[in-house]
Design a protein around this ligand. Structure first.
Ligand code: AMP
Length: 116
């Protein structure tokens, strides 16, 4: 059984977060430490630690993360100029919170994708 993170508490509304969207599959909230003018995290409600743990039964949930990202990008007014969706995995990917999350970042030019 995977260990819960602070994101499970956000999903259950046990701690404060700026939640923009929630349905039966996913939750979206503003990153507490925004790196761009718009920085939103979109997460599955089910605890999946990393993308290595995604199963075929999770495909609807993973797909919903993209449609919610699209909806929020439009609401934030960044859809036309563009944005970036990022999912980090494990140490080399720079993952800090072990509950799969998609970063929606934008609101200014992001430059080329960092390759380190
Ligand atoms: P990652 O490095 O991909 O695991 O990203 C984790 C992200 O979660 C970071 O951008 C953090 O700023 C963000 N974060 C951590 N705790 C919270 C929280 N309580 N509310 C909102 N965002 C958070």
């Amino acid at each position: 059984m995977a260990e819960e993170t602070i994101f499970s508490k956000i999903i259950r509304k046990e701690i404060d977060a700026d939640v923009l969207y929630q349905d039966e599959l996913v939750t979206a909230f503003r990153d507490i430490n925004p790196r761009t003018p718009t920085h939103v995290l979109i997460i599955p409600n089910k605890l999946i630690p990393t993308t290595n743990d995604v199963e075929s039964e999770d495909e609807a949930m993973m797909g919903r993360m993209f449609t919610v990202a699209k909806k929020i990008a439009k609401e934030e007014g960044i859809a036309e100029d563009g944005y970036r969706l990022i999912v980090n995995c494990n140490a080399h990917g720079g993952q800090e919170v072990y509950h799969v999350h998609m970063h929606l970042v934008g609101g200014s030019p992001l430059g080329p994708l960092l390759m380190v």
